[in-house]
Design a protein around this ligand. Structure first.
Ligand SMILES: Nc1ncnc2c1ncn2[C@@H]1O[C@H](COP(=O)(O)OP(=O)(O)O)[C@@H](O)[C@H]1O
Ligand SMILES: [Mg+2]
Length: 306
């Protein structure tokens, strides 16, 4: 048995002439929560579907839970839980009825016991008789997660599970994901939210079908080798306009009441700041954050492609 839940190499997918996923390779360790980030249309859903055998790649190789994604997709399906981007349920059935119905559909042994257990572990027991159609986004999502867990999968693939869910429910959802991970379930989850990326053990970042970075947050930030300076003071937007004229200034962003300036070249950036920003400004070097690293990666990739 391998230590990897997912191990794929050089996967490619074309939709007609459009090369949607390019030479995609990824290894996900068993029990890890792996975050999947990237703008809309970058190939997250396509990659997720290929990694678990739901969509056949045009080329490449790979295993999901030690099974071949090209030849054993039926077998893989029995061991994974896949929550689609726009999951559906029967609005006129209660939470419990939905889960019982799904259990029968998938011929789950001892369905009643399994439904009770799943309702309990996801905190849904007290709401089990509510109609699915009237639930808030957060509870609907929890029910969808329950539906994915009924057959006790070893790997969960969650495609933007928290889109449209309020912040409190999102936080609780992530607590549940960490509980599941503690129980040994591997999780691959796509998201748009930076705070969610920071809750993953590792992350992968896609743009235009290219995997631009993957690893721990620290790995990814360090690999970009960026320097970020924080500037406080008055008339910061004037200063920002001037700074943007310098090619050495890669990006500028306001956060709270400070301006953050990021560059590849610490020395040149410091010279520019010395010349432009008078002593009225308070300037400090700070750690580059994940969002800065992603912005840089995306900008760099766009320039390469254009
Ligand atoms: N079934 C399909 N037929 C044609 N094009 C598709 C299909 N699925 C996805 N695409 C295209 O492939 C690209 C990647 O899509 P997708 O994997 O859904 O990205 P993401 O999930 O990151 O938003 C997009 O340009 C999308 O329009
Ligand atoms: Mg998608």
């Amino acid at each position: 048995m391998s230590e990897l839940a997912i191990d794929v190499h050089n996967l490619n997918k074309y939709f007609g002439a459009h090369h949607a996923v390019k030479d995609f390779s990824l290894q996900v360790a068993k029990g890890d929560i792996y975050g999947f980030l990237g703008p809309n249309g970058s190939g997250k859903t396509t990659s997720i579907r290929m990694m678990c055998g739901l969509l056949t790649p045009d080329s490449g190789s790979g295993k999901c839970l030690d099974m071949n994604i090209f030849t054993q997709s039926d077998e893989i399906k029995r061991h994974i839980g896949y929550m689609t981007q726009h999951f559906s349920m029967w609005r006129n059935l209660t939470i419990r009825e939905n889960l019982m119905f799904i259990s029968r559909l998938y011929e789950i042994d001892n369905a009643k016991h399994q439904v009770d257990k799943t309702l309990d572990s996801l905190g849904l027991a007290s709401r089990q008789h509510q109609l699915a159609g009237v639930l808030s986004g957060g509870w609907k999502q929890r029910m969808a997660l329950a539906a994915c867990l009924l057959h006790q999968p070893a790997l969960l693939l969650l495609d933007e599970p928290t889109a449209g869910v309020d912040p409190k429910a999102r936080r609780e959802f992530w607590q549940t994901l960490h509980q599941l991970s503690d129980e040994g379930i591997s999780i691959l989850v796509s998201t748009h939210y930076m705070d969610e990326a920071e809750r993953c053990h590792k992350i992968a970042y896609l743009s235009y079908g290219n995997l631009l970075a993957n690893g721990t947050i620290q790995d990814i930030i360090r690999a970009q080798n960026l320097t970020t300076m924080q500037i406080r003071g008055r008339r910061l937007s004037d200063l920002e306009r001037q700074l943007r004229a310098f090619p050495v200034v890669e990006q500028t962003v306001f956060f709270g009441n400070a301006l953050y300036v990021t560059s590849k070249d610490a020395g040149q950036l410091s010279d520019v700041l010395k010349n432009l920003a008078s002593s009225d400004y308070e300037i400090n070097q700070v750690e580059t954050n994940l969002e800065d690293a992603f912005t840089w990666l995306m900008k760099n990739n766009n320039e390469k492609d254009s």
